[in-house]
Design a protein around this ligand. Structure first.
Ligand code: C2E
Ligand code: MG
Ligand code: MG
Length: 305
């Protein structure tokens, strides 16, 4: 039962019956979520007035309540074949609806929840890879590693113990690390990356070009791929400056023996320019949006190398 009172409202505001119904409905959804038999509407429960604490609590409960899922976006080579995929987190909450990762990942970082959530992603990604391999889909899966996870001394152990549990090789789980997380705390980050590389993990720098990475330092990083940020792709093929940036990133990658993946490619004109610039791995809506497991498998099996 969800309960809302007209006389509890701020005396300055006029309460419409529809507002009351909406508030009672919100309280009802909270009652269901908390497995209570009834809940009163309080100002905290309003869509805009929700307290941070409440939001943290929802996020904290998201794993146990099976509200998180992974979607998979294909990474496609110049022949149109799916050669790998990126796992992207989705959060669907009964009250908040579908919350984009750009909104909840920073909050998970702030609340210290990114470690358990990141651990859940590692677990699910490994389970997914085992499923793919069992049906003959032998491609690697990239997961996003947040700056906080990279600083956590248990990361490598968590990754290796999951791989062992699922009988997987480190090469099958690629790690995407944002350029911005590489800039902070350079000394220790380098050691962590070198250790992960020795353990066999293949790493890429995500959102490359947005974080002002030190190019001399880049030479020392054990990463195999630069992911060209979507902001440089969106205005292709007309924006001359962006064309120059894309060409520069591809040249840097080439002379360091790295690959490039372009993100956010959603038109054939962008695709043509990127291929002409020698960027041969493409990710974006032009090929496919991130898809739930079954849809991704159907797509990938029809276009696998
Ligand atoms: P990202 O790792 O750079 O992921 C690429 C984002 O671009 C995804 O957004 C994807 O859906 C979107 N995208 C791909 N192709 C296109 C396109 O053609 N057009 C447009 N407009 N967008 C495209 P998404 O899924 O909303 O994820 C946003 C960010 O959230 C990710 O950026 C990543 O930084 C973070 N994130 C997502 N999942 C995880 C996770 O499991 N762990 C961590 N730490 N971060 C995650
Ligand atoms: Mg990524
Ligand atoms: Mg990115």
């Amino acid at each position: 039962i969800g309960i809302a009172f007209a006389d509890r409202q701020d005396s300055e505001t006029v309460v419409l019956p529809t507002d009351l119904c909406h508030q009672a409905d919100t309280a009802l959804r909270h009652a269901k979520l908390d497995r209570n038999t009834y809940r009163y509407h309080t100002p905290d429960l309003g869509d805009l007035g929700m307290s941070k604490l409440q939001y943290f609590n929802y996020l904290r409960q998201a794993i146990d309540r099976h509200e998180l899922s992974l979607h998979f976006q294909p990474q496609v080579n110049q022949d149109g074949r799916v050669i790998s995929a990126e796992a992207l987190l989705r959060w669907n909450n009964p009250v908040l609806g579908s919350v984009p990762p750009s909104e909840f990942i920073p909050i998970a970082e702030e609340a210290g929840l990114i470690i358990p959530i990141g651990d859940w992603v590692i677990e699910r990604a490994c389970a997914e890879l085992v499923h793919w391999q069992s049906i003959g889909l032998n491609i690697p899966l990239a997961i996003n590693i947040s700056p906080r996870q990279l600083k956590d001394s248990r990361l490598e152990y968590q990754l290796l113990s999951r791989l062992r549990k699922y009988g997987l090789r480190a090469e099958s789980l690629h790690l995407e690390i944002t350029e911005s997380s590489l800039i902070a705390d350079t000394g220790n980050t380098m050691k962590v990356l070198q250790s992960l590389s020795r353990a066999g993990f293949i790493m890429s720098i995500d959102d490359f070009g947005t974080g002002y990475a030190n190019l001399a330092w880049l030479k020392l990083l054990p990463v195999s791929t630069l992911k060209i940020d979507r902001s440089f792709v969106v205005d292709l093929p007309t924006n001359e400056q962006d064309i120059a940036v894309v060409q520069a990133i591809v040249s840097i990658a080439k002379c360091r023996g790295m690959n490039t993946i372009a993100e956010g490619v959603d038109s054939s004109a962008q695709l043509d320019l990127l291929l002409a610039a020698d960027c041969h791995i493409i990710q974006g809506f032009f090929y496919s949006r991130p898809l739930p497991s079954a849809d991704f498998i159907t797509y990938a099996l029809s276009k696998v190398a």
